[in-house]
Write a protein that binds this ligand. Structure first.
Ligand code: NAD
Length: 266
């Protein structure tokens, strides 16, 4: 049931590919809560995905942008402010991709061109986005920028491969930029570390089916769904979390604090 939690807020949502995407759920719920936002994704994903359906349901404009290209991000931010009628209050960076994972390269035989791509798409794009936003003074005071991450940044999950390095960097960028954006404009920058979730990016990781059920058994609350994650994102965009910044926030049903659970023994 809507509470107009984001009434009057303007934002940009990256990364809605299809109805399984975490960003898709965030967009649906942000719309229900009264936010106005533009949707963006890489041009290729716009051709393959179903984002048009989401845009019409959310009364949103789609602005293509490759998150690795600063010139695309500049156009995206300018056009978003123009379309929405002013500076932004929230941005969701829900972007990740590793060619090494996609092509199932073993971690001990990575392709370094692919590795560069993984870092650029999944981590450096977050810095590019923040730097473009701060240069354009595109965020209102107390605005909130979120990236999505995974616990492989802290612990070893062998098949997560070079995405682990990308997520560690993404989380570090949130801390580093969070300082500067906080000082400059009281803008919050955080990452949410989400449970494994059955999306296009998630299921690309080898052994995902077994792994998602292991995480579910390990977590006292079970795995957090994409809908749960969207609710958490909304709370982080709202005024109820104004003093939270530079954090990596675990949203994982308790997984990150567990050693072993009885259901794993069974
Ligand atoms: N699914 C999981 O298990 C899980 C768990 C923790 C964190 N995450 C993170 O959540 C985020 C969203 O992923 P998802 O699970 O919803 O999967 P998804 O595949 O639906 O979303 C990933 C998005 O990244 C976009 N993207 C890829 N390259 C891009 C580029 N160059 N420019 C712009 N966009 C680009 C894709 O088009 C896609 O929309 C990612 O950062 C992912 O790593 C996912």
């Amino acid at each position: 049931m809507s509470k107009n939690l984001l009434e009057g807020k303007r934002g940009i949502i990256f990364g809605a590919l299809d109805e399984n995407s975490i960003a898709w759920k965030v967009a649906e719920k942000a719309h229900e809560e009264g936010a106005k936002f533009t949707l963006t994704n890489a041009p290729i994903a716009l051709r393959l995905g179903k984002i048009n359906e989401l845009a019409s349901a959310c009364d949103s404009v789609i602005i293509p942008a490759d998150a690795t290209l600063v010139e695309d991000l500049e156009v995206l931010i300018d056009q978003s402010m123009e379309t929405l009628g002013g500076p932004l209050d929230f941005i969701l960076h829900s972007v990740g991709m590793s060619p090494n994972v996609r092509k199932q390269r073993p971690y001990t035989d990575l392709n370094y061109e692919f590795f560069h791509k993984t870092i650029d798409v999944s981590a450096m794009s977050f810095h590019k986005l923040l730097q473009t936003a701060i240069k354009k003074d595109a965020m209102n005071e107390w605005g909130s920028v979120l990236g999505l991450t995974y616990i492989a940044a802290q612990r070893n999950f062998p098949d997560y491969s070079d995405m682990a390095e990308a997520k560690a960097m993404l989380e570090s960028i949130a801390r580093s930029f969070g300082y500067h954006y906080g000082i400059a404009k009281k803008v919050r920058v955080n990452t949410i570390s989400q449970s494994p979730t059955a999306t296009t990016a998630g299921t690309g990781v080898k052994g995902f089916g077994d792994f998602i059920s292991f995480a579910d058994k390990m977590s006292p609350l079970g795995n957090a769904s994409a809908e749960d994650c969207a609710n958490y994102c909304l709370s982080m965009f709202s005024d109820y979390t104004r003093m939270v910044t530079m954090q990596n926030l675990f949203h994982d049903g308790g997984f990150s604090s567990m050693g072993v659970s009885y259901s794993i023994f069974e």
